[in-house]
Design a protein around this ligand. Structure first.
Ligand SMILES: Nc1ncnc2c1ncn2[C@@H]1O[C@H](COP(=O)(O)OP(=O)(O)OP(=O)(O)O)[C@@H](O)[C@H]1O
Ligand SMILES: [Mg+2]
Length: 221
């Protein structure tokens, strides 16, 4: 079953009177439980594509389908879908510095309207799953880069989204911490059948993923 698709996606930016054509008929389909990697040169439009698929931005034309519904960032329920159905992990973790790890992880569930007890119980069990149980009360500046990124992953997972979109989740990490985060994503995909779409520069890792697209000249191959 297809849980995420983009069809005939076009996106052009205007910059100083010039058109920058970023997506030119980009198409992709992601099945439930799949792990899909997207590679491509810097500036080719990977983040643009992920933002469009995650309803953070809209294409100039084309369709985005999430769990059988055609959607855009302007859809009345877009904020709910972003909160509940889509988990985001970015290159920089964007954890809130004033909140400890477990508060950061619990936040999307609290925003979704769940009570505190349930949100913190869930946050604790995810932190345990990601081997961070000892770090729950640490603030982001007290965590290593790999730990911060695992906390960001836990936050992306807390509402059990149907899809996790990750934009170079290990781009900012050294090889050791990078491997740690990749192993985790592979494990979540294998054991929990979590669907992932991951943008990465790391072709070697992308090769380990069962399905990889290359974004080139505005199209996905
Ligand atoms: N808001 C914007 N206005 C104008 N141009 C933009 C805008 N956002 C992105 N671009 C341009 O569109 C192109 C694609 O950008 P994008 O961030 O999607 O690339 P990317 O593949 O994610 O690159 P990287 O691997 O470096 O993160 C780039 O040339 C970028 O400069
Ligand atoms: Mg990018």
């Amino acid at each position: 079953m297809i849980c995420l698709a983009g069809y005939s996606l076009h996106k052009t930016y205007q910059d100083k009177g010039q058109d920058i054509r970023v997506l030119i008929n980009a198409n992709l389909e992601v099945q439930r439980g799949e792990m899909v990697c997207i590679t491509g040169k810097s500036g080719c439009g990977k983040s643009t594509l992920l933002h469009i698929l995650g309803l953070l931005d809209d294409p100039d034309s084309g369709r985005v389908i999430i769990n059988s519904a055609e959607l855009s960032s302007r859809h009345v329920n877009a904020h709910k879908i972003r909160n509940r159905d889509i988990g985001f992990v970015f290159q920089f973790h964007y954890l809130l510095e004033d909140l400890c790890a477990r508060e950061n992880v619990a936040l999307p569930m609290l925003i979704a309207g769940e009570n505190k007890a349930k949100a913190f119980k869930e946050a604790d069990s995810l932190l345990e799953l990601l081997n961070l149980q000892e770090r729950g009360n640490h603030y982001p500046n007290q965590l290593s880069g790999g730990e911060q990124q695992r906390v960001a992953l836990a936050r992306a997972l807390i509402n059990r989204p149907s899809i996790v979109l990750a934009d170079e989740p290990t781009g900012n990490l050294d090889p050791h911490h990078s491997a740690e985060v990749w192993e985790l994503m592979f494990r979540l995909n294998r054991d929990l059948e979590q669907t992932f779409v991951i943008v990465t520069h790391d072709r070697e890792l992308a090769r380990q993923s069962p399905k990889t697209y290359e974004l080139k000249d505005g199209m996905l191959y």
